[in-house]
Design a binder for this molecule. Structure first.
Ligand code: CTP
Ligand code: CA
Length: 235
């Protein structure tokens, strides 16, 4: 799709985008987190706004430069969140009347089962420290299960995959398990994915069919997923 045709093709649509990575507190000074910069989610917010959508960006601990770029976006309302539970609650609140929800945030799968009110002290008995973790709510799975007519749900899948086939296989399994309308598959690793400006992705539909394979900037990936959303909504 050329940029001229794409122009304003999301006019009138309300899109909720989550971005960044959640942090789960252990005590007043520590948390369990992840390395998501928020770049991909902010790219989705930016491109959706450019294409005419009304955008709500639910932002979890964006990198400083990414947060600055997000704040500069016209027509994007930013709602900051911290934990997976806050993100879940905020998506529920802002997502009810949304036409599209894009889950680009890296949401913690587990959180400490209890949060210490005071700073956890080290001890030298030699046993180390064992943390007990509990599951967080799966926001994407809940959105998909709700199956609200007319609401399109987009997920991301970050996988440590050796090659394209492995990435696709893992992505298809995840799609079958979670049931989104569109899933964007990304290979991640120690040096791949997080914070990078470029991104290669595979966009799959509900049946696991490949609908796009964007290679380039995170804006290119964002446009490809929004193209898939527009095509799906036109069906
Ligand atoms: N996600 C979510 N709520 C969670 C965990 C993940 O909504 N508690 C969403 C992410 O925002 C992403 C998608 O689910 O859009 C896939 O996340 P990912 O971590 O790749 O998959 P998981 O289902 O969490 O499975 P696993 O981490 O075990 O691979
Ligand atoms: Ca996960």
């Amino acid at each position: 799709v050329g940029s001229a045709q794409r122009e304003r093709d999301l006019e009138g649509a309300h899109i909720v985008v989550t971005a960044g990575g959640t942090r789960e507190p252990l005590d007043p000074v520590r948390f369990l987190g992840n390395r998501s910069s928020g770049k991909q989610g902010v790219a989705v917010a930016r491109t959706a706004a450019q294409r005419g959508a009304q955008v709500t960006l639910i932002a979890a601990h964006l990198d400083t430069d990414v947060a600055a770029a997000a704040s500069a976006l016209a027509d994007v309302v930013i709602v900051p969140v911290g934990t997976a539970a806050e993100l879940a609650e905020t998506v529920e609140r802002h997502g009810v009347h949304a036409d599209v929800v894009v889950m680009a945030a890296a949401v913690a799968d587990y959180r400490p089962a209890s949060v210490s009110e005071s700073k956890i002290k080290k001890d030298d008995t030699g046993d180390g420290l064992t943390l007990r973790l509990e599951r967080t709510p799966d926001v994407l799975a809940a959105l998909a299960a709700a199956a609200v007519p007319g609401r399109t749900i987009v997920g991301f899948a970050a996988e440590t995959a050796a090659d394209r086939d492995a990435l696709l296989a893992l992505g298809r399994t995840k799609m079958a398990r979670k049931g989104a309308d569109i899933l964007v598959l990304n290979a991640v690793g120690w040096t791949l994915g997080f914070g990078a400006d470029d991104n290669a992705a595979i966009v799959i539909d509900r049946e696991g069919g490949v609908v796009a394979e964007p290679v380039g900037s995170k804006d290119d990936v964002a446009h490809a997923l929004l193209d898939a959303v527009v095509a799906l909504r036109a069906r």
